[in-house]
Write a protein that binds this ligand. Structure first.
Ligand code: G3P
Ligand code: MG
Length: 244
């Protein structure tokens, strides 16, 4: 297939150099020459898609409790940067709409990981895909991805024209068949489960294989040289050097 997504993708926006899933992180990725960012999107208690990785607020914000039970007004009061470093204290928890606007303003390609809280798989897939369609109207669309096949199916129903990647930890033996059934364009697998056989299966299936999370420069270059289509990395300071 004609795969034009950049090969180096800033993991969670800022990788390890800025707080994950924040606008500051996305800005830093662009400043460092990254051409694509990945970020995680979950629904708030009000059903608004926002950027966050965990189902709970404790690790990456000043808040407590479940994202899915927290209102937009409460989320807007949180500090999503202070946990990382004093420099980023006060950084807000962004909405998906804010992140989409920023990516387009900075000329960054986006991989939107649909990260449903448990029980909200279909609703999250549907809402994120529907909103992505609106937010990137007339622009190069984002690549949607998810570990949740239910979320991917809902995204496909809501906005079939948006490309989708299937995220897995260890790919099941019949992954090419399942990828085809999901109408997904790419397989995104963990570095721990990458191997030559998987690469050969991907080549035979005509499916770009992306690998997460690769933070070692030598490893990254070897993977790209072997035919891996893209890498997610926290080392956003190195990504630009790994080629477009
Ligand atoms: O999309 C690649 C990677 O982000 C998947 O894992 O847990 O960092 O969202 P995670
Ligand atoms: Mg992710």
């Amino acid at each position: 297939m004609n795969w034009d997504f950049p090969r180096g993708i800033a993991h969670r926006g800022g990788g390890s150099l800025a707080p994950e899933n924040t606008l500051a992180g996305i800005r830093l990725a662009a400043e460092l020459g990254c051409r694509a960012v990945e970020f995680d999107v979950m629904l708030s208690g009000d059903g608004t898609p926002v950027l966050i990785h965990d189902e709970t607020l404790e690790r990456t914000t000043s808040g407590r409790g479940r994202v899915a039970e927290t209102s937009d007004a409460e989320l807007a009061r949180l500090d999503a940067g202070g946990w990382h470093s004093a420099r980023y204290a006060g950084e807000p928890l962004p909405t998906f709409a804010d992140a989409a606007e920023l990516c387009q303003a900075l000329g960054l390609r986006a991989n939107v990981e649909i990260k449903p809280s448990s029980g909200a798989e279909a609703e999250t897939g549907r809402k994120v895909a529907g909103l992505a369609r609106e937010l990137w109207q007339g622009a190069v669309p984002p690549l949607l991805s998810s570990f949740s096949v239910e979320a991917l199916a809902a995204a496909a129903a809501a906005a079939p024209e948006l490309p989708r990647g299937w995220l897995v930890d260890a790919p099941p033996a019949d992954w090419p068949k399942r990828l085809h059934r999901l109408e997904a364009v790419s397989l995104h697998c963990s570095r721990r489960h990458f191997g030559r056989r998987l690469l050969e299966e991907a080549r035979q299936a005509g499916a770009p294989l992306l690998v997460y999370t690769v933070n070692d420069a030598e490893d990254a270059l070897q993977l790209l040289h072997s035919g891996v289509a893209g890498l997610f990395s926290d080392r956003i300071d190195l990504l630009a050097g790994w080629g477009a």
